[in-house]
Design a protein around this ligand. Structure first.
Ligand code: ATP
Ligand code: MG
Length: 439
């Protein structure tokens, strides 16, 4: 097939070809979305990242060489086209292009592994098997344009609030917190693990005196269950800040979520339309429900839950039915929270831990942390873990560790709340679950 030579550069994305460009010569690049051959006239819809444009070839009135190229086209092939823009009442955007030159860069094999025109609905597994093609659908690429903007506005938020972006290791020697399963790997002659969370490292950055840090990176969890909200590889937006408590970092999280929503409403109008999502900016501060009240609320819906238990899926659903939008769940039992969570001073069976929920979905967990080495050592042992395995971490607490707090926000789950999607697999380009390791 044809290589890209110097004279072939895109002058316009399809959405930029409009009445204002009528009469001009343009060069567009894209995929053959549809071909309609009516004999005397051939219509070809060309699709690129931004939209579609109609190529119109009246067979008697165009260069025979160009006509020959048009006749060679197959669905989903990649082409370049130069031509004159012409107004047309019948064309999808009110304009069409009469081609003067066509380059075929890559002819697509037929039949296609799936239909990228959104006419035929496919199951998620079929779609993921041919994800590159699934992502050509505007309803799918919209999810990732929103995700990109979400990460952009998150970074902007942190930068504007003087946070330092950090990158902590993903190859680690020991478990962050026990509980969730880890993926073991072979590290030369030793066993190591894929990091389940940047928790210990972002805390060490507090001892390093960085004050306010954030990280956006992969977390790996050997979750065995097959759910619509767990993957084995996810993106976590993490922050940690010194001289702040749980209430302070809850406010940071609240502000971040609000600013991201405002930014996405402003900058992703087309994508939200494509997904038929009406995003609302939450008013005021998010509601706060204590764990104690949540237990009562859940029991009132005849879903059994004892004080001290984590929320079952049924409990999350019952609570989600009673709550609208985003809300915090606070004052969790110390017993079911990790060792680094600070217990309440007066009622140590309760802690300074919180979750941010969206309806029945947990999207973030955070807490004020324990910053005293002896208390940490004790807590680690109480959880049945070996304090010696945490030597490098504990050392950072023995030579000047400020009080601090932080949270981890699941980026993929946050994206689900922005796009109205129920299956986390939809919001990850190439999701990893127990059954899927390719593509
Ligand atoms: P859950 O109870 O839903 O399994 P968790 O409490 O184990 O989640 P945390 O350790 O609190 O998760 O992690 C912080 C955030 O990271 C979660 O609130 C969630 O948004 C995200 N997260 C955690 N595990 C996963 C996963 N397996 N897949 C996708 N996102 C995850
Ligand atoms: Mg959690």
């Amino acid at each position: 097939m044809t290589r890209l030579s110097e004279e072939w550069r895109r002058t316009h994305y399809t959405k930029e070809v409009d009445e204002n460009t009528a009469g001009n010569e343009v060069t567009v690049m894209g995929w053959v979305h549809e071909i309609r051959d009516l004999g005397g006239i051939i219509f070809v819809l060309i699709r690129d990242r931004e939209g579609q444009i109609q190529l119109t070839a009246p067979t008697k009135h165009i260069d025979p060489e160009v006509l020959e190229m048009v006749k060679k086209l197959r669905k989903e092939s990649v082409i370049g086209m130069k031509g004159i823009v012409q107004e047309s009442g019948k064309a999808p955007n009110g304009v069409e292009i009469i081609p003067s030159e066509i380059k075929i860069f890559n002819l697509a094999n037929q039949p296609l592994p799936m239909d990228p025109t959104e006419k035929v609905k496919a199951e998620i597994d079929t779609r993921l098997d041919s994800r590159f093609m699934d992502l050509r659908k505007s309803s799918v690429s919209a999810i990732f344009k929103i995700k990109s903007r979400m990460l952009h506005s998150t970074r902007t938020f942190f930068e504007e609030n003087d946070y330092i972006e950090v990158n902590t290791p993903k190859l680690v020697a020991s478990a962050t917190e026990g509980g969730t399963e880890l993926f073991p790997i072979t590290y030369f002659e030793r066993e190591a693990f894929l990091s389940q969370s940047p928790q210990l490292y972002k805390q060490m950055m507090m001892s390093a005196g960085f004050d306010k840090v954030y990280e956006i990176a992969q977390i790996f969890r050997a979750e065995e269950h097959d759910t619509l909200r767990h993957l084995n590889e996810a993106i976590s937006i993490d922050m940690e800040a010194s001289f702040m408590d749980d209430a302070d970092v809850m406010k940071v999280l609240n502000d971040l979520v609000k600013e991201v929503i405002i930014d996405i409403k402003d900058n992703c109008k087309n994508e939200l339309n494509t997904l038929e999502v009406n995003l609302e900016v939450p008013e005021g501060q998010f509601e706060v429900v204590t764990y104690d009240d949540a237990v009562d609320m859940i029991n009132s819906k005849d879903v059994p839950m004892e004080w001290g238990e984590d929320l079952s899926r049924a409990a999350e659903k019952a609570l989600g039915d009673m709550m609208d939008g985003y809300y915090f769940l606070t004052e969790w039992p110390t017993e079911i929270k990790p060792f680094y969570v600070m217990p309440n001073e007066k009622t140590p069976e309760k802690s300074h831990a919180f979750d941010l929920m969206y309806k029945n979905l947990e999207i973030s967990s955070g807490a004020m942390r324990v910053h005293q080495a002896d208390m940490l050592r004790e807590n680690i042992a109480k959880k049945g873990l070996n304090p010696d395995a945490f030597g490098a971490y504990l050392k950072a607490f023995e030579y000047g560790m400020p009080p601090h707090a932080g949270w981890g926000l699941g980026a993929d789950r946050f994206n689900m709340t922005l796009t109205g999607l129920e299956n986390i697999r939809e919001t990850v380009l190439f999701p990893r679950d127990r059954r899927r390791l390719t593509p």
